[in-house]
Design a protein around this ligand. Structure first.
Ligand code: DGY
Length: 319
């Protein structure tokens, strides 16, 4: 029997076509997010549900999964899916690791450079028509060479950011993770078992931890206060890792020089306190947004669905 697969959003055309050749794929006519009621209904109608980070697959939705046996997430992060509820109903969950590492690391570097060189502020000044020409004291930023990049979470993406910063920009690397990593040796990276020590020594802090309860508000008022004066915070991980009121206060007071954010706790809502600040770069969750990466994510999800259809072990099973 052909599996019925529901995609909650439109995927790259090549992936939709490839899926359609093998499965009974339900595509949506528009590209708005599904309401919670629609998601619950979909769980009862399909064999495989393919959500994204913009869907909340909570216990109530999973309870609707009378037919669904696989949730094949389009993305690496899965903090929007209640894994325990899925396990309890014997619904497998897969993600798409590895294929978005480079794109996300590139975007973290984009934010680091934009913050350090005040590129967002400069661009806005030009567009407003306020630029009065070159002068020695105009819009002075910070050099990156020999500065310390503190990487919080040293998985695939954290390591890829560290490599770019070390080899591309001559930064020194320190990192916080549960355990010291062999990958740090080649980068001469310093392991900080205590995150507060890392925050205190870093000129730039870049977050690469998974979201969810374990990392909620990791960067709270105390952590902002612990950060080095004049440093930058970069977040391409999950919005919930940062307390944005505390961050806004740290930026307003001048304790922090700037922040670069790609993710927010309740997307697409951007905390208003941040919108009002000049020294923040705000991007709309673009970490994996390259044509190559978005297609690779879809093909990875397809590989998981194909394995499921064939009764083979799922390559990227997380529950
Ligand atoms: C992910 O994959 O988790 C990203 O946040 C969306 O690409």
């Amino acid at each position: 029997m052909t599996l019925k697969v529901i995609l909650t959003r439109r995927w790259p055309t090549a992936v939709e076509r490839a899926l359609g050749e093998r499965f009974d794929v339900v595509l949506r006519s528009g590209d708005r997010p599904m309401a919670q009621g629609e998601l619950a209904g979909a769980m009862g109608e399909c064999d495989v549900l393919c959500p994204t980070v913009s869907d909340r697959i909570d216990a109530d939705i999973i309870a609707g999964g009378t037919r669904c046996r696989l949730i094949a997430n389009y993305g690496v992060g899965f903090d929007h899916i209640d894994l325990a509820a899925a396990r309890a109903r014997d619904i497998a969950v897969t993600n798409t690791p590895g294929v978005l590492t480079d794109a996300t690391a590139d975007l973290a570097l984009t934010l680091i450079l934009m913050c350090a060189r005040r590129a967002g502020e400069g661009e806005r000044e030009v567009r407003r028509g306020d630029w009065s020409g070159w002068r020695p004291t105009h819009m002075i930023g910070s050099a990156l060479k020999d500065k310390v990049l503190g990487v919080v979470g040293f998985g695939r993406i954290g390591q890829a950011v560290a490599r770019r910063a070390r080899y591309g920009f001559g930064m020194r690397i320190a990192y916080h993770a549960r355990h010291a990593s062999d990958a740090a040796n080649a980068l001469d990276a310093q392991f900080c078992p205590n995150v507060t020590d890392l925050l205190a020594m870093s000129d730039v802090v870049s977050l690469h931890v998974p979201g969810g309860a374990a990392t909620a508000n990791l960067i709270d008022a105390g952590a902002v206060a612990a950060m080095k004066r004049g440093s930058f915070l970069i977040n391409t991980a999950r919005g919930g890792v940062v307390d944005h009121d505390a961050l806004a206060e740290g930026l307003r007071s001048g304790h922090l020089a700037g922040a670069g954010l790609d993710v927010y706790p309740q997307e697409p809502l951007v905390p208003p306190a941040l919108l009002a600040l000049e020294n923040v770069v705000l991007l709309p969750h673009l970490g994996s947004a390259t044509a190559e990466t978005r297609e690779a994510m879809g093909m990875r999800a397809l590989a998981n669905i194909a394995a499921f259809a064939g009764g083979a072990p799922l390559p990227d099973r997380v529950a």
